[in-house]
Design a protein around this ligand. Sequence first.
Ligand code: TNX
Length: 543
Amino acid sequence: GLLLLVLIVSIMSCTKTKVFTESDIHIIPKPVELQLQKGVFEFTKNTQIVATNSFQEKIAKQFSEKFDTAAGFNLQIVKETPDKNFIQFLTNSAFASEAYELSVTNTKITITANENAGFLYGLETVRQLLPEAIESSTLVTNQDWVIPNLEVKDQPRFQYRGLHLDVSRHFFKKDYIKKTIDRLAMHKMNVLHLHLVDDQGWRIEIKKYPKLTEVGAWRVDQEDKHWNARETSDPKEKGTYGGFYTQEELKELVAYAASKSIEIIPEIEMPAHVTSALAAYPELGCFNKQVAVPSGGVWPITDIYCAGKESTFEFLENVLLEVIDIFPSKYIHIGGDEATKTNWKVCPHCKKRMKTEGLDDVEELQSYFVKRMEKFINSKGKKLIGWDEILEGGLAPEATVMSWRGVKGGVEAAKQGHDVIMTPGTHCYFDHYQGPQNEEPLAIGGFTPVSKVYQFDPVVEEMTHEEAKHVLGGQANLWSEYITTEQHSEYMIFPRLAALSETLWSPKELRNWKDFSLRLPSLFKRYENLNINYAKSAYLVTA
Ligand code: TNX
């Protein structure tokens, strides 16, 4: 009898009693394949992570820091593989880029991948297998740090999984961008599109043209219900709102993003949405008119870059040279949306240009403008992305189209053999309301609850198989006319980003709203522990 008791007690003390079932697994985005097995892996102060290169070391360190904070012990990062209780990364060149396999047994965790991204995503999956308390910013006691034994095979459906942030209408500081990068990685997203230029603010230091940020980055603060800058960033003087990133800061962000397998795509708007640039250098417009950086949403805006003067192109090429020097991304986004071209119709420089180039109308003149910029961008080894307006008057030969006015532009571009990124306003506009208007903070309009985002599919029925191959993926856009604070920005992004991530990562066959909504509460706990101001009731609202 005594012997039996000793046996039972000793078994209990060395084996965790927790038995996992499918309903305990809440990973978002849902992995392609997951096979639960018997038994668990337990993280203790003796758990080690074997890292064999600097990327692995970095992600291992960040992972270990979570334990340090929440569990009160860190995981030692080592070069030699120990006997048991460790995480290891194995390289397999047969794997697709971003794909990974995760194997968890009682004694070890193995993440197999071909590239950095796969190792990171494997570790992000482990993170989501851990109790939500792992995200805590304070010590959690009485918590077992165990995850179930399992086998995961996973890879994304789309190679482009993006979030766009408008940092022009309202400025967001470098540290918030870093936080956003962390959160993108947590959702296995891989692109941050920074909208660095718009009418209401020029946000990137350009050394050759200092007035772009001396003048163009600042505007008179306005007592307006939403343009009023509640969180003024570095005001030069009282009543002045604005800010910009130095080139050093942007390089720091690029490196930070790379350490999380995220590419930052810079957007330098042209030929419209550029009042901030014209305020600094009026000669870039058709009539050299002195304008001010608008402090609100005046629309339409007829002051745009002159497409006739050679000096406009010289300016833009010089700007892009500095942009290319900061951002290693193979893409440069040149905007191209919503150009009101009334000035071009009457400007002598533009009329002359149209005559000498044999252009019939201002649409063709915009097409000339974009094609010319594309030639320059291509000559530097980069590719051009533009909003779907760049289709008008004829698409530049190599351009990638970002379809925002629905999916039409994307379908058309794919038909013409061009790459496409789908960002339709119907599903991907995170500046829209996500719940009943009387319960939500003031927004620009629309209604895009998380359930609607979850219905997004970048490939649409009217596309042939060949055309669908041109769809690189999708992206959410967060325009910030109505968003003045980080908290509000978070509120608009989460949990809609979770829905978007699953539409872009997981196989379409696995898409299931009920299943997804049952996984959300666990993610919400993580958001809470991470101090993310997510929209709490959002998932109760269905489209
Ligand atoms: C249209 S989407 C714009 C933005 C606005 C947005 C508001 C796009 C390419 N242009 O300038 O912020 O609508 O939803």
